[in-house]
Design a binder for this molecule. Structure first.
Ligand SMILES: [Zn+2]
Length: 67
């Protein structure tokens, strides 16, 4: 059974619902709001903002051995 992700239009909370394919009912927000919309998760989506890139360039060779 797929898990759908929803977002509340009123308070903006994200929540998930496990629904069968035949169940097209829209759940309500856990906070009690009715204005929710389904978020379609797209494979390979790049989340904007936080750290979704490889940052493995450790500072090597930056030693200063002044002896
Ligand atoms: Zn809400």
């Amino acid at each position: 059974m797929p898990i759908y992700e929803y977002q509340c239009d009123s308070c903006g909370v994200h929540f998930e619902r496990r629904q069968s394919f035949s169940d097209n009912s829209t759940p309500s927000c856990p906070n009690g709001h009715a204005a929710v919309h389904r978020i379609y998760s797209v494979p390979g989506v790049v989340f904007k903002g936080s750290g979704w890139y490889v940052n493995d360039s450790r500072k090597s060779g930056a030693k200063s051995n002044s002896d």
